[in-house]
Design a protein around this ligand. Structure first.
Ligand SMILES: Cc1ncc(COP(=O)(O)O)c(C=O)c1O
Ligand SMILES: N[C@@H](CCOP(=O)(O)O)C(=O)O
Length: 509
């Protein structure tokens, strides 16, 4: 059977579309009164999960854990239904898909399949993650999936920012933070919590799910666990995350521990705790998370109608995401959806730059973890990233670059982007700084199609914006600050300041 006919004949027309639509009529033929209130739309007695149960699936696809970057002769592997985070040698794991099985379908098949699912409410494909289910967790039952229809995030054409400040026409911001809990972590968490849901149904010993967090992982974990009725436990570094982030797990009913340490300290503790107690580890050390996060890369290609951008810039902290992007792009190339992958740039805050330092040493010496300093990009204040090996691999394979941003650079870049109509988080400011530096040095050229990954919503980080715009940051000029003007509530005073404002604006135009 050709891949095209499989797509259209058996598998992927939502089953409800083949049913007569008798239950969705809006007016009754026997009572045509114009005054009658409109009747409710009835989907049918079934909900979207019920409908999904009757839909056939692609068969014989599978995935398993293998040691990350294992030598070809390695036979070590684990079922995804095992609870395992490390290889026998203590190294990282990776989720390996059965590429031979996936390759039974050609690139056009996968492109059509993924495209056919966008923008629907079909369970679970309405999610940008689960619309790629066959490449994520092919064997999970649709019924076990815990999803908020995450993903499908806006790929924003940064027209004014690109043209005015970088002479670029083809600059895009992938707004992964416009999402259920306000960050890209939703993409990975739907996968991890769905697998936990499955494990619990299989009576595996998982009494709860735990993570260390700088604020976004904990928000996502607690929301998805709450949706599924699974206990969540989060370890947060006291006073190091924003109020908006802190209140998310509290509101979602997580057990929140505020610890007098930094993120790396919390990470160390959660690893020890999850080794002792039947609490499942939700950080990106757990390679299941990256299976969801990689779909953002596939989605970018899809949004460009399967044309490959030249550059993708990702802010890096614990360093799972840069590898997830590489993996998503790599799969698309391997499976024939595209013919190349973009060059990746990982952007770090100069106050928390262990990968940058390692890159500058040519990745030659052993990696040196560091004690990360305070940064406005607080979600990437990480000195001992768990995915360092994954990040180095991704950068080497994509001819990648690492850049850094000082506090002043990242805050100015954030303010500049905001002044063109965005409202970005400081981590996106780090990525934009990297872009500005690479434009200045000519590495990224004016016509290069470039995507900056925005990882969280700016509304989670309003305190840093308040401090910037009120010029209350020590030793920072805050040169783009735009503080409100205090004016007496009377016509003359208001007119005076407005005239002054218009005069100044005129001279700028
Ligand atoms: C908003 C935000 N941006 C970027 C990152 C960095 O992602 P990763 O840890 O996968 O490098 C994180 C978390 O670490 C984050 O929360
Ligand atoms: N920024 C992260 C840090 C932990 O990263 P993870 O991807 O390993 O969970 C956070 O929000 O906690």
């Amino acid at each position: 059977m050709s891949s095209f006919s499989l797509l259209h004949s058996t598998t992927y027309f939502p089953s409800h579309s083949s049913k007569p639509h008798s239950t969705v009529r809006c007016t009754s033929p026997t009572t045509p009164s114009p005054a009658a209130p409109p009747q409710k739309h009835h989907r049918s007695a079934e909900n979207i999960r019920d409908e999904a149960r009757r839909r056939p699936q692609l068969q014989n696809l599978s995935a398993r854990y293998v040691p990350f970057d294992a030598p070809p002769f390695s036979t070590e592997s684990y079922s995804l239904d095992e609870i395992v985070y490390r290889s026998q040698s203590g190294g990282l794991l990776d989720v390996q898909h059965d590429f031979a099985a996936l390759k039974r379908y050609d690139g056009a098949f996968w492109r059509n399949l993924f495209d056919s699912r966008v923008g629907k409410t079909t369970w679970p494909y309405g999610s940008g993650v689960w619309s790629k289910k066959e490449w994520v967790l092919p064997e999970i039952d649709d019924d076990d999936i815990v999803s908020a229809f995450e993903g499908n995030s806006n790929l924003f054409w940064a027209e004014r920012f690109g043209k005015q400040y970088l002479q670029m026409n083809d600059l895009w911001v992938k707004h992964c933070g416009i999402s259920h809990t306000g960050s890209f972590k939703d993409l990975g968490m739907t996968v991890l919590v769905s697998q936990v849901n499955r494990l619990r149904k299989m009576n595996k010993p998982v009494v709860g799910v735990g993570c260390a967090s700088t604020g976004d992982t904990s928000a996502a974990l607690s929301a998805y666990c709450a949706a599924a009725g699974i206990p969540s436990i989060v370890f947060l570094p006291a006073d190091k995350i924003s109020t908006a982030q802190l209140v998310q797990p509290i509101a979602n009913g997580a057990f929140v521990l505020s610890l007098d340490t930094d993120f790396d300290g919390c990470m160390h503790l959660i690893r020890e705790v999850t080794a002792e107690l039947p609490i499942y580890l939700a950080n990106s050390l757990n390679s299941l998370r990256l299976e969801g996060q990689k779909t953002a890369a596939i989605e970018i290609l899809q949004q460009f109608n399967w044309e490959v951008p030249d550059w993708v810039i990702v802010p890096g902290g614990n360093l799972g995401n840069i590898y997830a992007f590489y993996k998503g792009f790599h799969m698309c190339k391997e499976l024939g959806l595209v013919d190349r992958i973009p060059r990746l740039v990982c952007a770090q805050a100069a106050n928390a730059n262990p990968l940058y330092l390692h890159y500058k040493s040519g990745f030659d010496q052993d990696f040196n973890p560091m004690k990360a300093d305070t940064t406005f990009a607080s979600a990437i204040q990480i000195g001992d990233p768990v995915s360092i090996d994954r990040a180095v691999y991704a950068l080497k394979k994509s001819n990648g670059i690492v850049e850094e941003a000082t506090e002043e650079e990242l805050m100015d870049a954030t303010a500049l982007a905001d002044s063109t109509g965005m409202f970005i988080c400081p981590h996106t400011g780090v990525a934009l700084t990297a872009l500005m530096k690479l434009r200045e040095s000519g590495v990224i050229e004016a016509n290069d199609r470039t995507v900056v990954v925005s990882t969280a919503h700016g509304l989670k980080f309003t305190q840093s914006k308040i401090e910037y715009h009120s010029k209350s940051i020590q030793e920072m000029a805050c040169k783009l600050a735009n503080p409100p003007v205090m004016v007496k509530a009377e016509f003359g005073s208001v007119m005076d300041v407005l005239k002054e404002y218009l005069k100044n604006n005129e001279s700028k135009c």
